[in-house]
Design a protein. Structure first.
Length: 192
C-alpha cells in the first residue's frame, strides 16, 4: 500500500470514535445496530484493526453518513467543463465532449451576420437547441427560424445550413453523431 493510503486508513479509527461520541452512542449500541462485535469496533477505533468495506458499510448506514465521510475521502475535483473555444467560420464553438469519435456536443455562439445559405450534406445526425437569439435552419425544402427553447433534429445527409437570422447573435447547443446516431430522450410516461 502507498503511504497516502496508510495515512487515510490511520485516520479512520479516530474519525469513527469522534462520530460515535458526537452521536452519544456506546460501543454496545453500535454493535447491536451493525452486527459488528464490540471488540472489533474498539480495535477499529483505536487503529489496531484496519478498516474494510464489510465493516465500514454497516457503520456508514448506522451513522447515516456517506462512506466518503467515514474514510475522509478527498473532495471530488472541479466538475466544470473547461474547454477552450475554437473559432471556425466566424462561429465560436466550445466543445463539451472530450473523447474523439462518437457523439459530440458543442455550445455555439453565432454572431449577428447576414449570409446567403449554402446547404451541404454529409454523414451523421444533428440535434440543435437554441439557448438565446434566433437560429435560421434551412433543411431540404424547409426554411425555419428557431427561437430560445426550441430544438430541431435531422439527418445530415439532407442538405442543410444553419446560422444567424441577421437580427442578432444566436447561442445554441449542437449534438452531432458522425455515424448517424440519433439522440435519445428518455421521459417518464404520462399518467392517464
Amino acid at each position: 500500500m502507498s503511504d497516502d493510503t496508510d495515512e487515510v486508513l490511520a485516520e479512520v479509527g479516530p474519525r469513527l470514535r469522534r462520530l460515535r461520541k458526537e452521536r452519544g452512542a456506546t460501543l454496545a449500541a453500535l454493535s447491536a445496530a451493525t452486527g459488528i462485535s464490540v471488540s472489533t469496533l474498539s480495535r477499529l477505533e483505536s487503529g489496531l484493526r484496519k478498516p474494510s468495506l464489510e465493516l465500514l458499510l454497516p457503520l456508514a448506514r448506522a451513522h447515516q453518513v456517506p462512506l466518503d465521510e467515514l474514510v475522509g475521502a478527498p473532495p471530488a475535483g472541479d466538475p466544470r467543463v473547461r474547454s477552450k473555444p475554437v473559432v471556425r467560420g466566424g462561429r465560436t464553438h466550445w466543445p463539451l465532449t472530450s473523447r474523439p469519435g462518437g457523439l459530440r456536443a458543442y455550445k455555439v455562439l453565432e454572431p449577428r451576420r447576414n449570409e446567403v445559405p449554402e446547404p451541404r450534406s454529409h454523414e451523421g445526425y444533428e440535434w440543435l437547441y437554441v439557448l438565446s437569439g434566433r437560429l435560421r435552419l434551412v433543411l431540404g425544402e424547409h426554411d425555419v427560424v428557431l427561437t430560445a427553447g426550441e430544438a430541431a433534429e435531422f439527418d445530415t445527409r439532407t442538405p442543410h445550413w444553419f446560422g444567424s437570422t441577421g437580427e442578432g447573435p444566436v447561442e445554441f447547443l449542437s449534438l452531432f453523431g458522425p455515424q448517424g446516431e440519433r439522440m435519445h430522450v428518455r421521459a417518464r410516461p404520462g399518467r392517464p
